[in-house]
Design a protein around this ligand. Structure first.
Ligand SMILES: [Zn+2]
Ligand SMILES: [Zn+2]
Length: 371
């Protein structure tokens, strides 16, 4: 006897049933891949393009986007909130069908399987997006001049150079941009370049402290924090604003300092320590504020005090003759003070300290700093 299994017909349309008593088409219709409501209201910040989402604003790095690309990015954000996907592994594609001033009509297509035994299919949903424009929290605070912290950059016994100020501003900008998406207050309301130094009015106290930590270590700066009462919040809790003052040392890379009364050149500054070259002992060393010798650290001379010389003659075992490039005075120095091979015509540098000439180490690190 032969058993012939007859497929039952689809109870909706009568075609051959495939899954759960339904044909392929009817099953797909009864089991949509996704759901989306329409129309969708999209509230965007007119200044920065952020999109309102539940609980806040979602930021967008606009970069070189044109208006159309920005609108697409904004639509992606609301759709991410609004689309309900019922199956894993779906592919979503968007097609713009009509665009008016503030209304965009799209076809959202989901591609995938509604059942493992059925082939993938496309499911189309027309969606209308209605744009509205406002001001996001960040732009609102920024235009209101909001700030929680002032970061004041100063230098000990000298003015900050324009290069230093430029470097600080670049770093402040980098660190602020890096925090842009995660901190609504990551902005700088005001940069005040004044006769004392440069001040940054920063929206987020947290960001200001992180920038201060970075600068403190990077420049071995002295730090002072002050709080001033700015009012009370709704619950009567006192609100303070922090001022962080960072005072850079008088010297910077290439300058000359005294450490335990010995002349040294600053080779590098960073992560809370100073690398110097001792001009008497002719050796490198590092020192940090926890080292007892740090207290003996004193400014000696700026980099501009160094002199350039040319090696005139050198006979092995005899003093080396060098000529001052400015006044052509010829001086003899012991060959032991040279760290590298001595060649006639080579340019070297030296520093006079109380009539004593010290030959400086290779000055290439200065050029690196200047570039
Ligand atoms: Zn059917
Ligand atoms: Zn905004």
């Amino acid at each position: 006897m032969m058993l012939i299994e007859l497929a039952a017909p689809c109870y909706l349309c009568g075609k051959e049933a495939v899954v759960d008593g339904l044909c392929n088409t009817c099953y797909d219709e009864q089991h949509p891949l996704m759901e989306v409501s329409t129309p969708i209201a999209l509230l965007a910040c007119k200044k920065c393009g952020s999109v309102k989402v539940p609980g806040g604003w979602k930021k967008i790095y606009i970069g070189n986007m044109n208006a159309e690309e920005l609108a697409e990015a904004q639509i992606d954000i609301v759709l991410e909130q609004e689309l309900k996907l019922f199956y894993k592994g779906l592919t979503i594609s968007l097609e713009e069908v009509n665009k008016l001033d503030r209304v965009t009509h799209l076809i959202v297509t989901a591609t995938g399987k509604s059942h493992e035994n059925l082939p993938p299919h496309d499911e189309e949903h027309p969606v209308e997006i209605r744009f509205r424009y406002g001001t996001c929290d960040t732009c609102g605070m920024m235009s209101g001049g909001y700030y929680e912290a002032i970061l004041q950059m100063r230098a000990d016994g000298r003015q900050l150079s324009d290069d230093e100020k430029k470097e600080f501003t670049e770093r402040v900008t980098e660190m602020t941009v890096a925090r842009y998406k995660s901190d609504d207050k990551a902005f700088v309301s005001l940069i005040d370049d004044n006769k004392f130094g440069i001040d940054y009015y920063i929206g987020s106290e947290h960001l200001a402290k992180d920038i201060a930590d970075h600068f403190e270590g990077r420049y071995i700066a002295e730090r002072k924090e002050n709080f001033s009462l700015v009012g009370e919040d709704k619950t009567g809790k006192k609100k303070y604003r922090i001022t962080i003052l960072l005072r850079l040392p008088r010297f910077s890379i290439g300058d000359f300092v005294l450490v335990s009364e010995q002349p040294c050149q600053v080779l590098a500054m960073g992560t809370s320590n100073l690398t110097c070259f001792n001009l008497i002992r002719r050796e490198r060393f590092t020192i940090n504020p926890r080292n007892p010798k740090w207290k003996t650290l004193d400014f000696l001379a700026p980099l501009t005090e160094r002199r350039e010389f040319m090696v005139v003659t050198h006979v092995f075992g005899q003093p080396v003759q060098i000529m001052d490039s400015l006044n052509f005075d010829v001086t003899e120095v012991d060959e032991s003070v040279f760290d590298s091979k001595i060649t006639s015509g080579a340019k070297i540098h030296g520093l006079f300290v109380e009539d004593q000439l010290y030959i400086l180490p290779d000055q290439a690190f200065i050029e690196i700093k200047e570039n």
